[in-house]
Design a protein around this ligand. Structure first.
Ligand SMILES: Nc1ncnc2c1ncn2[C@@H]1O[C@H](COP(=O)(O)OP(=O)(O)OP(=O)(O)O)[C@@H](O)[C@H]1O
Ligand SMILES: [Mg+2]
Length: 518
């Protein structure tokens, strides 16, 4: 395992990449390098973790290796041979498999068709050989230890299984090097276990794996070696025995950072929001809950527990099956997104790629989108006000960017998330709903987001948080509601009862939990 096996699969030497402006001119003069002479190497049979804050350059470095972009300087050696990787097909042919954070699968196609997308075997009449695809797919999956029907539609698989299909597909190109950029961002505990077992099996079969994640526990569990990037530069490489979390966090930030949950707000009993008898599914049971002024109330549960459905229902982005909603003491009938925003209810979605940001537009336009009547009362855009709003968001969340005109599509994953947060805070809502607010956010920036949430509550906002991060759930909440399959399982209002084991019992809605409830 690890570097004991000393075949150097990959060497990236002094990789440098400049930022270019819209006309394709290098912004070298202003000294902006998003990668600055980065060295990186990988042995067969090891997991090499890349760590770094949001915007440090992790994805960019992998985009260079995966043929998505070409470096301006530096060279790449594979098995000791110098190689030029001009596009993604070349990367694939050289044995480099890239699993992006956002999966590239078609949910309406079955597993086999996804596996062979763009290279379907055809017979002489040009008809695709479905049987052949099915049997080969089944074979590939079973080689990795999964026995699933290749005719299953992707949308009927769990996220973990979809991820596994993606990996199987990438492996079917005989990849020797596997890049995984935040593969677990959308996975939960048990799903992560499935994925990790697969990763270990691949490592044992001598594949070299490059792994990027912000989840420290995972990284520590899986990594054989650790490279840390900061501001586009490599600041250190550690072996497993040299690794320490504190040291790593310091390297990432360039300073000592203390985590993390400081609560300075005092929740009140003044109700902002109340729901009576809401039914979020046809066959789910009605339940009540409320959120008060200055309170941070979280919803815990497993993925699929119905928390996002609940949030969308009360925000007016989805139909529900009965119940009444009260906002500031008055019944809020037939919620709709525009009404909600007008009233002072905001919702940060869990999926920024699809619902969160307009990727082609800049930070300025994105942050002002929901406050257009404030910024442009007579449809004349007040540019200066718009820019101020954006700058405010950038400062508040330390967004790594070139300024208010930076297109959001080219921001790093975590920084896109920060802009989304900025956009919703700009509306200064009375009820702020945050769905997985720190997904893809680096450990150090998380602390900052918790501070902003705390401050918001202090200013009197009612905050509703949906999170799958157990520490976060326990750390930031004044009260916790737990959901399971569309139903409310319990409410925990006592800080002393907010313990991991206790919560998990409710997450699974296991018998003992239900009995003790009764
Ligand atoms: N085409 C581009 N134009 C402008 N800036 C860019 C472009 N491509 C990347 N960047 C910038 O380069 C920096 C590095 O981005 P990268 O996506 O590599 O970060 P990352 O380490 O993967 O962060 P995260 O953890 O948030 O995913 C970011 O600040 C990003 O805004
Ligand atoms: Mg990234």
């Amino acid at each position: 395992m690890g570097s004991a096996n000393s075949t150097k699969l990959l060497e990236m030497k002094s990789i440098t990449k400049y930022i270019y402006d819209e006309q394709g001119r290098g912004l070298v003069a202003t000294g902006i390098k998003i990668l600055d002479a980065v060295d990186f190497d990988l042995f067969a049979g090891e997991v090499h973790v890349i760590m770094g804050e949001n915007g440090a350059g992790k994805s960019t470095l992998m985009n260079v290796l995966g043929g998505v972009i070409e470096p301006d300087e530096g060279e790449i050696l594979i098995n000791g041979e110098k190689e030029r990787i001009r596009n993604t097909a070349e990367a694939r042919n050289k044995g480099i498999g890239f699993i992006h954070q956002e999966m590239n699968l078609c949910s309406n196609l079955d597993i086999a068709h996804n596996m062979f997308l763009g290279r379907e075997p055809h017979n002489r009449l040009g008809l695709s050989k479905t049987k052949k695809m099915n049997s080969e797919t089944a074979q590939m999956l079973s080689k990795l230890g999964f026995n699933i029907d290749p005719r299953t539609k992707l949308k009927n698989l769990s996220t973990a299984m979809q991820q596994i299909v993606e990996i199987t597909k990438v492996m079917s190109y005989h990849s020797k090097i596997l890049i995984m950029d935040e593969p677990t961002a959308t996975l939960t505990g048990r799903e992560v276990d499935i994925l990790f077992k697969l990763i270990r099996d691949l490592r044992d079969s001598n594949i070299g794996i490059i792994y990027i994640s912000h989840r420290m526990e995972e990284i520590e569990d899986l990594g054989d070696r650790f490279s840390v990037l900061r501001d586009g530069k490599l600041v250190g490489v550690m072996s497993k025995s040299e690794y320490s979390r504190a040291e790593c966090m310091k390297m990432m930030a360039g300073r000592v950072v203390n985590l993390m949950y400081k609560s300075t707000h005092v929740p009140t009993k003044d109700e902002v929001f109340r729901v009576e008898g809401i039914k979020i599914g046809e066959n789910t049971k009605p339940f009540d809950f409320q959120i008060n002024k200055g309170e941070v109330v979280s919803f815990g549960g497993l993925v699929g527990a119905g928390r996002t459905e609940l949030a969308k229902s009360i925000f007016g982005a989805r139909q529900y099956y009965g119940g009444s909603i009260f906002f500031e003491g008055r019944e809020y009938k037939k919620p709709s997104v525009s009404k909600s925003i007008r009233l002072g209810i905001s919702y940060l979605t869990e999926d920024r790629k699809i619902e969160g940001l307009v990727q082609q537009m800049d930070i300025k336009s994105n942050t002002s989108m929901c406050v257009l009547d404030q910024v442009s009362p007579h449809l004349v855009l007040k540019t200066r006000q718009e820019a101020a709003l954006a700058q405010n968001a950038i400062n508040r969340f330390s967004v790594v960017c070139l300024g208010v005109n930076h297109r959001t599509g080219t921001l790093s994953g975590g920084n896109q998330q920060k802009v989304c947060l900025g956009k919703w805070f700009a509306t200064e809502p009375k009820l702020l709903i945050l769905d997985e607010p720190t997904r893809g956010i680096d450990v150090n920036a998380k602390a900052q987001i918790y501070e902003v949430i705390d401050q918001a509550a202090k200013d009197g906002m009612a905050v509703m948080v949906i999170t799958s991060d157990m520490h976060e759930l326990i750390g930031i909440s004044d009260r916790i509601y737990i959901m399971h399959e569309g139903n409310l399982v319990t409410e925990i209002a006592d800080k002393r009862e907010m313990e991991q084991e206790n919560l998990i019992k409710y997450f699974l809605n296991s018998d003992e939990a239900c009995e003790s409830e009764a």
